[in-house]
Design a protein around this ligand. Structure first.
Ligand code: HEC
Length: 257
């Protein structure tokens, strides 16, 4: 028994190590839902409009996404593919050259197809919501989970300009804004949004980023959508099989006293 326990601990050890590795800043959690087609569709529209200026998703084809997300192909061609020479069967690549991007941003924007598997959906969700104003940086913004990031805050017109009130140490302890539910005033946390700078409320913006990250989680593992369904079918099959197996058992044992 002891041996098994030790073996189990050794198996689990790397899991706890990797969980602790990325936990420098507490992350907000996101509950991915690949059955929410409307969210995934909005997420794809947001991704194509807001991210594909700089980031490719070269392992994802437009057509596969259209099929999985139940968006009619002609709508994808008309509204989600901006390059006229691109066909729906092609990958979601972009025209920006890596060398140019490196000159402009310091680091090239990485391909995002597998990003949510690389960093985890929680990280991406927190990252996109934790840009804040920092005049010392080239783009005028910094990020809590990715300090000194080379990416501008491309969602600032939606979220608004975020002002940080904390020291770097406090910021790393927890960046969430706390608002008094009665007065709507900021009562704690590090962030406040400058009034009139964003077109969305905090809830709308969180939903927008939720949809975006939901789509990125889908891209990271498109087969998860199908395997979830297969799992359901297998369970239904087992339930039906149980009825017959039970009837057969009764039949066999009927004469045994
Ligand atoms: C103006 C160009 C630009 C746009 C538009 C843009 N990004 Fe970025 N992004 C960058 C650059 C540059 C980096 C690399 C930053 C670095 O390494 O310092 C980056 C990095 C990232 C990273 C971190 C990658 C990693 O793991 O190192 C994520 C995640 C990301 N971007 C997501 C997005 C999403 C989602 C959108 C759309 C809402 C988006 N980006 C739009 C330029 C852009």
């Amino acid at each position: 028994m002891k041996k098994y326990l030790i073996a189990l601990m050794m198996v689990l050890a790397p899991m706890t190590a990797s969980a602790a590795g990325g936990a420098a800043v507490p992350l907000d959690s996101i509950d991915i839902d690949l059955t929410d087609k409307a969210s995934l569709q909005r997420g794809m529209a947001a991704f194509v409009n807001r991210c594909m200026g700089c980031h490719s998703a070269q392992f994802q084809r437009f057509e596969r996404a259209a099929t999985d997300l139940e968006i009619p192909a002609d709508l994808v061609e008309e509204y989600l593919i901006f390059d006229n020479d691109k066909k729906i069967g092609e990958q979601m690549t972009i025209a920006m050259a890596k060398e140019d991007a490196t000159n402009w941003f310091g680091n090239p924007p990485p391909d995002l197809t597998l990003e949510s598997r690389l960093r985890g959906p929680d990280w991406v969700y927190t990252y996109l919501r934790s840009f804040y104003k920092d005049e010392a940086r080239p783009w005028g913004v910094n990020n809590v989970v990715f300090p000194d990031v080379g990416m501008p805050n491309v969602l600032e017109d939606l979220q608004g300009t975020v002002i940080n009130h904390c020291t770097p140490e406090e910021l790393h302890a927890g960046h969430e804004t706390k608002v008094d539910p009665l007065t709507g005033e900021r009562i704690g946390g590090c962030f406040s949004v400058e009034p009139e700078t964003g077109s969305m409320t905090e809830e709308e913006f969180d939903q927008y980023v939720y949809d975006l990250v939901n789509f990125m989680a889908y891209m990271g593992e498109p087969s998860a959508m199908v395997s979830g369904k297969i799992g359901t079918y297998v369970l239904i099959f087992l339930a039906i099989l149980f009825v017959f197996a039970y009837a057969l058992k009764k039949e066999y044992w009927k004469d045994v006293h």
